[in-house]
Structure formats: structure tokens, C-alpha cells
Design a protein around this ligand. Sequence first.
Ligand SMILES: [Zn+2]
Length: 503
Amino acid sequence: MQRYSISRILAGAIVIALPVLSSTVSARQVDETPSNPTAEHGRRYDRLLIRNVYVIDGNGTPTRGPVNVVVENDRIVSVGGRSSGDFDAEIDGEGRYLLPGFINLHVHLQDSRGNMPMPFQYQMNLWLASGITTVRDVGSDFEKAERLKRQSDRGSLVAPRIFIYMRAGGGTPEEARQSVRAVHEAGADGVKIFGMDRAPLAALLDEAKKLGLRVAHHVGVEESDVWDDIAGGTTTIEHWYGIPDAAIPYGSQSFPPDYNYNNEVDRFRWAGRLFRDADPEKLSLVLQGMADAGVAWCPTLTIYEASRDVQRARTQPWFEDYLHPALEQYFTPDLGSHGSYFLGWTTKDEIEWSRNYQIWFAALREFAERGGIICAGEDAGFIYRLYGFGYIRELELQQEAGFHPLDVIRHATGNNALMLGMEDELGRVKAGYRADLILVNGNPQENFKLLYPTGTDVYEDGAVRPGGTVEWTIKDGFCYRGAVLMEEVREMVTEARHSSGGR
Ligand SMILES: [Zn+2]
């Protein structure tokens, strides 16, 4: 309580000095709102003031500010207007950037990896501390996911809001239709599909359209490819398979005779040679077809990066304090764990994957230029990817693909909200929208690394200092401090390492 009265005294001193300042610096806007108690971790307020902040919106428009932003309960009520009256709490935005909360369009809710338990709260804290206020779950235990979703909506769980896309499929058209009806009856938000033949896929997409369900498709190397998604109206293509496949000059990729799809070393090794086999002209037709049909692309560039640089993937600096032992065990190369295929991974494999990335980057840019919608998701919990950190890496990789940081932020917020059908509620810093906001210490357009929960170094005036982090993540008006969330993660990891007999 003492510090609030000190800040009031300080504010008073500033007010006394103002007449002198304003006569000399007339351009500077004077914020005369009296200071209020600082917001507390885990609380929501009837009236919250975020003071003097730069705003980056989720629609690709440039930065503006400094402005005041007012949140009442779970809603943003004003951005940049006059903010008079009393507030229950405030957050100082001086020199900081306010963005819409990130939407992570590709996650799996996980409470164990391998055979080792791992608390859901570990994932939730990492996501929130990385600025993620919404996740789309595309495959997990439905009943557990439902429970978490309800708790998150009520505000009784510290977690992003959750959309559940439930798995459907089927070997025949009738089975496929029935599985979509089951998803609808269960009350899921959408459908996730994987590995389908052409006829059942067409039936499934038709049934989903009738029921008004959105569909996320992880295309495998299978009978169908993205032309079938274009014909049937799939909402999002997950990852990238199915796109170069649709542009191969004729038939199959140039697999060697001993290739076996069920061997993950084979599968991921040859995936890294897939874009190479696509015909550029055919690829352009595929990308235009997707754009015209409104089939969006959630590339999850981040989840394949280990394939082009496995040493970087294994030695990420935040593993030391924040890698849960269940994940550590799961990431250890083993053909029994999906995505842990680094058994005899070669220089040649990494070179092929680097080339694959270059063609993939160019295809993403071309898709966007042709009017396609690009989204952002991470798929962490596999292939050396840690929740949240993996998502920030996705933003970096989208910038590497050639997108302006403002467009990358739009992909992560406004575009993702559109894919969820939530474009009037989420993905903007705008009056009337849900109070899902993040306050970044620094300007993420300069350096996306500022968004990592461990921050990054900043070089200024000849000296290096620690910088960055998402200081505050606000979800539904609840205010969470990044540093507190990460301290809890550290404790969960330390405890799990003790009980598993590790370090
Ligand atoms: Zn996935």
C-alpha cells in the first residue's frame, strides 16, 4: 500500500511542474489523469487505465501513440480518447507497446509427454507469458479440453481462451459425414482432419459446410491434395503438405525404392525434398486457387526448423530453466515418439531442408500477394519446440520469409481472429473488443526477440542491458505479469525434475 501513496506524491510533483513544461514544450500532450494503484497479477478491474502507450493494432495499420487505453471489466472501452474519472488500477505504458493478444492457431493441449505427466498449467503459463491469449486446439482429449475451455471462459483458470477443433475422418463418405455430425453434437468449435482419401474428404467438407463448422486440414502424403480442399472449402491448411504435392508435374514425389511412410526418418527426410519437386508454374496455379477459394494457410514454419539446424534446436538457452522433464524425454530421438526422428540426421538433410524453406518462404509471399490469408500457429510439444517460445519463433520465421513485422503481427492477431470467426471480438486494440491485450517492454517491430519470455539483450548508448519480455498479458480483462508466470513455470520444472530423479 505504501508504494501507491509514494506514486501519488510523485505524480503530484509532476503536476506542479507542468505549467512550466507546457509553456516550453507545447507539442507534448499532457496527461493530467491522477495516478491510480498499480494493477496486480491475476486481477480484473471495473475500470483499468493503460497509460501513455504506443498501440500496434491487429489490422496492419502503423503504430500510434502515446495514448491512453481504458478497459472496463472484460472489454476495451476507449483507445486514445479522453480518459477522465477514477480508475481502480493502472498500468504504466511509458515507452511500451500495446498489441492485441496473440492467437495461436495450432496447438495441442497436453498433460503428459511420453509416459510422464506434465501439468496443463505449465503450457498455459508459457503461452500467456509469450503474449498468447487465445489458442485453437487441433487435437487432444476432448473432455479435458472442454473442461479447460469452460474454466478459462469463467476466469477460474489462468489460461488463454480455448477453441476446440475435434478430430473427424472416415474411410467412406458416409463414415465421414457421421463423424462430422458427431463433432457438431459434441459442441466443438470446428473440425480437424488428417489423412483422408478423396471421396470421404469431399463428403466430410460438404457435411461441415451444411453444419456451419470450420475445418482445419493437416494434409498428409495421401490420395487427396489441396485441390480437394479448394473444391470443398477447407478453412485452413495446416503446415504445408498438400500444397507442393498438388504441383508435382505428374503423380508421385521422387521417393527412393526403399522409402517407407511409416518410418519417420524417411518421412521427414523426404519431406525436406518435396517443394523441390514442385513445378513453379503449377504451384502458382495452386496458390491462386487457394486464395480465390478463401482457403487460408497456417504454415507452422517453426515446427520444422530443427530439420534445417538440429544443433540449434537442441541447445535453446531457455531449456536450462524452463524445459519440463517430460518434454525433455519426449524430444530425445526415438522412432516411438512422433517428431523425434533425428537418428543419423545428416549435413545433406539439413541442406535440403534449408532449400525447402527458401521455396516455402517464396510460396508464402506469392500466396499473400495473390490475396491469400496467412495465419500463425506453433504446434509445440513436438520436435524441440517449447510452448510460447515456439510461437515467437514463428513470428521471426515469417519475417525471414519476407513479411514486414506489421504484417506478421496482423497474421498473428487479425487474420487468426478471422479464421476463428471472431473478427468482431478478437485481434484488435479497439473499443468494444474483448480486453485481450499485451504490453511489450520495447518495440517488437524492431526485434521480435523482445517477445520471448526470457527477453533479449538491448544495445543502447554503448552499453548492453537486458530488455524486452511481455510485461503484462491481459486476457478477458484479467491482468497477468509475465515475470510471475515464468517464476511459476520455473518452480513447476524444478519440482518435476526432483520427483523424476533428474538434475
Ligand atoms: Zn499439430
